[in-house]
Design a protein around this ligand. Structure first.
Ligand code: MLT
Length: 249
């Protein structure tokens, strides 16, 4: 039985290196790809002022085509989850399984859209380091920050190294996204939802709503983790993903 392809889709404002604990921990059970979304990390493709979730998804489709991968398990965290759902809407037949982490299927409120534009302007005016500093207490639990200073510093450094234009384009793109709860209702492959008990950005009811919409999904709540559960609790996160991948076979 060949190993399944596992595409890890990072959140905002991160890049593929965010998934280092998963690339290391899951390569024995999957062909793991952790691409940089357009404009992030080392990616230098042309960048529009707003990158829609559909456009990121189309980039991933091109990546799969280029590698001759017909079907893959998509694992998206937060913004990466929005991209995974946009992909599943367009190409459901290419999704072997869906892992949605610390994300939600509904669209932004008007107030949320206004805040996105402010984030975009702040990134362009003040730079990525200011955005990174402000985000760390929101995305990592108090316990993670206290007990895992190296992981905390690594995440902040990844955020601070992003191009302001990529941050602005992603923030504006997230504001444009549609409600995709119907995508979950119509998805009939295997699905796993992972979140953290302390995720203030995506409180538990958002994951429970996705769980209710996704037929046959499992919901895992990692105690003590906040918004970046894959780096806050990598062993538990990897164990759940690994179990999910084994059950595909
Ligand atoms: C993320 O982690 O990707 C963002 O927090 C998502 C969002 O702001 O909606």
């Amino acid at each position: 039985m060949p190993k399944p392809a596992l595409i890890l889709i990072h959140g905002f404002p991160l890049d593929g290196s965010f998934w280092q604990p998963q690339v290391e921990g899951l390569s024995s059970v999957a062909e793991v790809l952790a691409p940089d979304l357009r404009g992030f990390g080392t990616d230098r493709r042309e960048l529009p002022s707003a990158m829609s979730m559909e456009a990121y998804a189309d980039d991933l489709r091109a990546l799969l085509d280029g590698r001759g991968i017909e079907r893959a398990v998509l694992c998206g965290l937060s913004m990466g989850g929005y991209v995974a759902m946009a992909f599943a809407e367009q190409w459901p037949e290419r999704v072997q399984g869906l892992i949605l982490c610390n994300t939600r299927s509904n669209a932004d409120t008007d107030a949320g859209k206004t805040a996105r534009e402010q984030t975009a302007l702040d990134a362009l005016d003040k730079g990525a380091a200011v955005i990174a500093r402000a985000m760390i207490p929101k995305v990592l639990s108090e316990r993670t920050r206290r007990e895992q200073p190296d992981a905390t510093a690594r995440v902040e450094a990844i955020m601070a190294s992003q191009r302001p234009e990529a941050i602005a384009a992603a923030s504006r793109g997230m504001a444009l996204r549609a409600d995709r709860t119907h995508v979950l209702r119509n998805f009939n492959g295997p699905a796993l939802i992972i979140t953290g008990s302390d995720d203030a950005l995506m409180p538990l009811p958002t994951s429970e709503a996705m769980h209710a919409a996704l037929p046959g999904s499992r919901l895992i709540v990692i105690e003590g983790a906040a918004h970046l559960s894959s780096v806050e609790a990598p062993e538990q996160f990897n164990a759940e993903v690994s179990l999910f991948l084994k059950q595909l076979a």
